[in-house]
Design a binder for this molecule. Structure first.
Ligand code: DC
Length: 229
């Protein structure tokens, strides 16, 4: 008789810049789970739309382009998730600031979300995952064993983004970044398709003022506690 493999799913949702990806990646490594950054998947679709010169407000044109998009995830030896768009590695390009805002618009289109849904669910069926995004606990994996809603104040998140960009050699004013963070928060929480909101059974964790190590420990503690239940 075939026995079904028991896969564990941890859903981490929250606004941009709350530290989801670095914490989730690290926790996945500690637990031996696969880390799936769904924001990177949305960014990859959006990069294609951007490169084709399509206006994200032209939803018909965005939807028509979807069948041309083939996305694959690869994991490097360092465990980092690399994104392939129609065979080309776009891992670095999807992080450009102009792609961030563009993705916020493209990801509000219901057909784009439907296009990516099965891919995300399929990954969680095959292996134990920590998946981070906006609607993982509410829509993509409502049966996830552990759900965490990770937040931090907009100012804290803007400061972290400013530091990240600086480390990558991109100088950008803090005020501009804060405005973008607020704009993306607004888009992500006010869209009608899968708006950012905590699942009713999510554990809330506010990381404002935390060091990375403190947030990492708190997340691991929540996951371990729920896995024992
Ligand atoms: O997490 P991130 O900043 O890389 O996400 C980029 C954009 O993608 C963000 O504006 C919201 C969107 N997104 C989404 O709508 N659903 C997800 N599951 C993940 C990201």
């Amino acid at each position: 008789m075939e026995t079904e493999k028991r896969c564990i799913a941890v859903a981490i949702d929250g606004p941009s810049g709350a530290g989801k990806s670095s914490i989730a990646r690290d926790a996945a490594r500690s637990l031996g789970f696969v880390y799936v950054d769904t924001g990177a998947i949305y960014r990859t679709v959006s990069l294609y739309i951007f490169d084709r010169g399509i206006d994200p407000k032209d939803t018909g044109a965005v939807i028509d382009a979807l069948p041309e998009i083939h996305i694959a995830l690869r994991y490097g030896e360092d465990g980092l998730q690399r994104m392939l768009l129609n065979g080309a590695d776009v891992t670095e390009r999807i992080r450009l600031p102009e792609i961030s805002l563009f993705t916020s618009a493209v990801s509000g289109i219901p057909e784009v979300r439907a296009f990516l849904m099965e891919m995300q669910r399929g990954m969680a069926r095959e292996q134990s995952v920590i998946m981070d995004g906006r609607d993982i606990g509410t829509v993509v994996l409502p049966e996830a064993q552990v759900k965490i809603f990770l937040t931090a104040s907009p100012e804290d998140r803007a400061r972290r983004r400013w530091n990240e960009l600086r480390e990558r050699g991109t100088e950008k004013g803090y005020e501009d970044i804060l405005r973008e963070v607020q704009e993306r928060d607004y888009n992500d929480t006010h869209r009608s398709a899968a708006p950012l909101r905590p699942a009713p059974d999510a554990v809330h964790l506010d990381t404002t003022g935390n060091t990375f190590e403190q947030s990492r420990q708190q997340v691991l503690e929540i996951i371990r506690r729920h896995m024992e239940e």
